[in-house]
Design a protein around this ligand. Structure first.
Ligand SMILES: [Mn+2]
Length: 443
């Protein structure tokens, strides 16, 4: 990414702003234990607008009738701190990098904001990130308001959500973003293939998870984009199962939902396969239904279509499948009307994907209509069926089966591209992948 790309993004954000001042915080260190922190991960919006990967920064965009200015608060250089904790960009380098009008030490934030805030009509802040920054700004504005004098510039009188404006910018991905996600998919593919190859009765979710982590981190990848789900047998029926510490049993399935992160961009892939390498009849029957529903949803992925219609397509195939499996009774139309498949498919068909695994993009347009798919939009397609072991109303052979299949889809001018098409998905492909040697995927 060139620094001009980030400048263009800030320019597009300026275009969406009225007279006002936007305050966008980087992430800060999060305490893990006593005086140690969790690994730092940059705030996606701040990263999108600056490319800067340091904690304790705040980006300011100031827009008045006759001028636009960019300011940045950042940690100054400090030899001792940098010896312990790593290099900092500092005030000068960061000013050059993003072409800011001025940079300030982050420790001067409150003092400088007393000068920067007045004269703007609106204050643009993120409504659900960096609540500490929001609270702090409200206090500074309140104090300025109390101290106001005649004939001086006034602090902002209205607070608007900058998050919504940036969501709109981030909806369509540019070529760099698409390329980055394609690169991340290489490790994701290797990890899922290696996992299929290593998995066997007697192995554990822990071992498979460790192998995935290894492949996600050993190359360019930054590790996982979200907590891996490595769920054997009935654990697959807990949608966000992340314990990943149980034994893998003969005759059961393993569901893996895991994606590599690269340059802060996420991939998000799920595969479900037999622990011993061969599907049973019942497992295969359920698997084929989920796969058919997923293919139907993917074939719905065209410009001008939308996610709610895609979800309807998925539900139709799953509901017919549930009737065929004798899980549901009655006609297809009756069941669709009542939404009976929801008990076994309790989540959506997919979500936007990008810098955040659940990417911050709008689901509705300004008229509250579903967003239309456009070239450059990326989302997941991830139907599933979940039959908990404890549900005595289910046919016995289905109990304990949980299956989800998830791919990442890019909308193109002429339809779509499945970014994860290379990861085994057909029954035959999966059974072949289970036969392989996991060491073939470590290089
Ligand atoms: Mn997902």
């Amino acid at each position: 990414m060139q620094s001009t790309d980030f400048a263009q993004r800030r320019e597009r954000l300026f275009d969406k702003m009225e007279n006002g001042i936007a305050v966008i915080g980087s992430n800060i260190f999060m305490q893990r234990s006593n005086d140690t922190d969790f690994p730092f991960r940059q705030n996606s919006n701040f990263r999108y607008l600056t490319g800067i990967n340091e904690p304790d920064c705040v980006l300011i965009l100031s827009k008045k009738a006759d001028e636009q200015k960019v300011f940045l608060f950042i940690r100054p250089n400090n030899e001792l701190e940098e010896m312990w904790m790593g290099k900092r960009m500092g005030l000068e380098k960061s000013k050059d990098l993003i072409g800011a009008d001025k940079t300030f030490p982050i420790s001067d934030f409150n003092k400088e904001m007393e000068d920067l805030l007045p004269g703007h009509k609106n204050l643009y802040v993120h409504f659900h990130e960096r609540a500490d920054l929001f609270t702090n700004l409200q206090k500074i504005c309140g104090d300025l308001f109390n101290k106001k004098r005649k004939n001086t510039a006034q602090p902002p009188q209205a607070i608007l959500n900058v998050g919504q404006l940036i969501e709109e910018l981030r909806y369509v991905k540019d070529q760099n973003e698409i390329l980055t996600m394609k690169k991340a998919m290489v490790a994701t593919n290797n990890a899922h293939r290696a996992a299929m190859a290593l998995t066997a009765p007697g192995r554990s979710e822990k071992e498979i998870n460790a192998l995935i982590e290894y492949i996600f981190t050993k190359g360019d990848g930054q590790g996982n984009a979200y907590d891996n789900i490595v769920a054997g047998g009935n654990n697959a029926n807990i949608l966000h199962y992340i314990e990943n510490n149980q034994a893998l049993n003969d005759g059961e399935l393993l569901l893996i939902d895991a994606g590599c992160q690269l340059n802060n961009y996420a991939t998000d892939i799920t595969r479900t396969f037999p622990i011993n390498g061969k599907f049973t009849g019942a497992q295969k029957a359920v698997y084929e239904i989920v796969l058919d529903s997923q293919k139907a949803a993917i074939s719905h992925s065209w410009p001008d279509r939308n996610a709610p219609d895609m979800h309807k397509t998925t539900c139709k195939v799953l509901t017919q499948g549930l009737i065929d499996l004798k899980v549901l009774s009655g006609s297809l139309d009756e069941n669709l009307e009542k939404g009976t498949c929801r008990k076994y498919f309790p989540h959506g068909t997919g979500h936007w994907l990008g810098l955040d695994v659940h990417d911050q993009n709008p689901y509705l347009d300004s008229n509250d209509e579903p967003m239309k798919f456009e070239p450059g939009v990326i989302f997941t397609v991830e139907p599933g069926l979940y039959f908990p072991k404890e549900d005595a109303t289910l046919p016995e052979e289905l109990r304990g089966i949980g299956i989800r299949i998830e791919d990442n889809i890019l909308i193109t001018e002429t339809g779509h591209e499945n970014l994860s098409a290379m990861i085994p998905k057909e029954v035959k492909e999966i059974e072949e992948a289970c036969e392989k040697d996991y060491r073939d995927f470590l290089d």
